[in-house]
Design a protein around this ligand. Sequence first.
Ligand SMILES: [Fe+2]
Length: 381
Amino acid sequence: MSATATITQTSPAPADILRVEPLPGRSFGARIILPSYAKDPKDLNDADFDRLYKAVHTYLVVVLPGLADLDPTSQYLLTKRFDPTCEGAYGHSKEFRHEKSVLRNDGSSVIKQPQVQILGQGNADGHEGVEKLTLRHPTHMSFHKTPLSEQEMADGYTRFYRWHIDSALYELAPPVITTLLGIDCPSGERQKIKVDNSDVVFESDVAATAFISGADAFDSLSDELKQFALGTTVVYAPHPYIYISGAKATSDGFTMVSEGLETPLDELPPWEDAKIKRLPLVWTNPVTGRHHLQVHGCCIWKLETPNGVQELDQARQTIHSLMTPQLTHDRVYLHDWQKGDLVIFFNRGVWHSVTGQFGPEGHRLMHQCNIASGVDPVCVK
Ligand SMILES: [Fe+2]
C-alpha cells in the first residue's frame, strides 16, 4: 500500500465525518450520512461513533440508508457498541419462544449471530442458512379485542399493532437501542391507520414502523401529571408476554382490555419475585437530560403511584389515558421503509409499533437486533 493510500485510510479529511440531518418539521428523527471510510457502520472511528451515539439519543430515531448488505455480525457489533454494560445476549430470554408467548411467531434467529432476528413476511427459505423459513408479519387481527372488518381492511385500513419498548420486562434490563435493517422492503402501496373512537387517520406505506417520542409525551403532560409520572413506578407482570397471551389489546395497541383473561400466576413458567421488573415511569435521557415517559402498556401489572398502588385494571386505564393524547399527526412518525434502511432507535426514549398487514403475495425481509442492558434505566429527579 502506498504512503498516500495509508494517509487517506487512517486520517480522514476534516469534513469527512458522520453527518446528521434532522427530519424537517418533526420533533424527532434524523438521517445519518456515514463518512466515506465507513461503508460498514461498525467501522466508525471513536469520534464518529460518538456523533452517532449523541444523534440517536438526541433525535431518537435515525436512518442510515443504503445498507441492505450489512452483515448480521456487523449489525450486532454496532448494536453492542451503544451499551458498554451489556453482556451480549438478545433483549429477550428463552421465554421469547415459549409456546404461549405472544412473541413466539415474531421471526427466527440468525444462526451465526443469534442476537439478530429475521423478521418479515413470506417465504425466506435459505436466508442466512435457515433452511426452512416462513415469516409472518404480526397483525392486529389476532391481537386486538375488536379487529377491523374484512371490508375495512379491503378499503386499505389497518391499525397500530402494539406500542411497545423492546424488552423482556422480566429479569433482563431493557436494551438501550434497537437496530432494524430493511433488506427487502417493497414500498409504494399505501395504508390508512385508524383507531376506535378517533377521527384521526394516519397514512403511510404498508407496514410502516411507527414511533412516538417519550420526551414529547412527558413534555405534553400537565404539571400535576408530570409530578405523578415522576413519582410512579411501573411493576411489570412475571413473564409478561405469557401472562397476557389470553387477553386482547385495545384498538390503539396501547394496552390490554381487562376481562380476566390473563394467564393465572400459578400457570406461568416458574418465576421469582426478585426478577420482576419494577421500573420508573419516567426515564431520563443520559445525553440530553430530558425526561421520557416510557412504559410498555400491554405488559404492566401494577403502578406504585404517589397516591397508592393501582392494580391491573386501574393501572391500564391510567397508562392508556397518558398515552392516547400522543396519537396526533405531529407526534407520530411513520417510517416508510426503503431497501437498505438501517433504523437505529433509542429504545429507552421512544415507543414503537408494527403497522399493517400484507396480502397473500406480500413479502418483506428485515433483520432486528437489540441486546439486554447490564443496568436498568433511571429517573434523575
Ligand atoms: Fe419492537
